[in-house]
Design a binder for this molecule. Structure first.
Ligand SMILES: [Cu+2]
Length: 269
């Protein structure tokens, strides 16, 4: 693959990121060709139709059909690009989901102005949620801890923990308005639409610790930036992703299952 470093994009930290960069790079190259072509045509027109050569306006205009044919040609090429390349390539990226048995499934629910993460826990079954139980401070997802499937569920606010080198399926939802889940290093960006559950998937490849060494920035954090203007607090709708090794992630998950489960068993402790 060609080197696209000149685009100045953030480091890639997912398996499909290189393909996205390649697409962005080629779009830039095609736009450059168009820019040079149209710029050249503009300069040609300035000279060809200059006033000293055309003192009187021409009221008939162009008689040949060359421009019609070239316009049809452009439309055909664009249709080929769209139906032959763009749609099939995008479908291959988003339609074929990794097997749920191998992937880590996380439900991410956007709200004004936070990201709520919900893991199913070791039983891999998401607990029941009920709008009656919803409390913005203590239970933003309305999770019913009385449901056996919910006992080992883990929820966090604005903190997404992921293992490296394992497919992650994020089920994206929204409670109120349209938000957008964007993590630049993963080359992932998807709108969260109220009423819809939209699955997206990616494979993180570089842990946060590795990224800190690689970038020389000891404070490096993967950030979830809400990429849709979603209200007055949009600017502070930031989440953080911590990518860990499989073992570290397992330990984190076990510790969370233990503390969150215990806190629910005795809410007054
Ligand atoms: Cu938002």
């Amino acid at each position: 693959m060609t080197n696209w470093d000149w685009l100045g994009l953030p480091a890639v930290a997912s398996t499909h990121g290189g393909q996205i960069d390649s697409m962005i790079g080629w779009v830039h190259v095609f736009m450059l060709i168009l820019f040079v072509g149209w710029g050249g045509f503009f300069i040609y027109c300035l000279i060809r139709f200059r006033r000293s050569r055309n003192p009187v306006a021409n009221y008939t205009g162009v008689k040949s059909h060359a421009s019609n044919y070239s316009e049809i040609g452009v439309a055909v090429v664009e249709a080929i690009l769209l139906f032959g390349f763009a749609i099939p390539l995008w479908a291959a990226r988003v339609d074929v989901m990794p097997a749920e048995s191998e992937a880590l499934l996380v439900q991410v629910t956007g709200e004004q102005f936070a990201w709520n993460m919900h893991y199913a826990g070791p039983d891999r079954v998401f607990g029941r949620t009920d709008i009656q139980l919803l409390d913005l401070q203590s239970n933003p997802l309305g999770l019913d801890r009385a449901d056996p499937a919910a006992k080992d569920d883990v929820t966090t606010v604005n903190q997404l923990y992921l293992p490296a080198n394992r497919p992650v399926i994020v089920r994206l939802r929204s409670k109120d308005v349209i938000h957008s889940f964007g993590v630049p290093e993963f080359r992932v960006k998807q709108d969260a639409i109220p009423g819809l559950t939209i699955p997206i998937w990616f494979v993180p490849t570089i842990t946060t610790a590795e990224m800190r060494t690689q970038t020389g920035n000891a404070e490096f954090q993967y950030e979830i930036a809400c990429a849709q203007l979603c209200g007055l607090g949009h600017y502070r709708m930031r989440g953080f992703v911590t990518v860990q090794t499989a073992e570290e992630f397992q330990q984190w998950m076990e510790a969370e299952v233990a503390t969150q489960g215990a806190a629910e068993a005795d809410p007054f402790r």
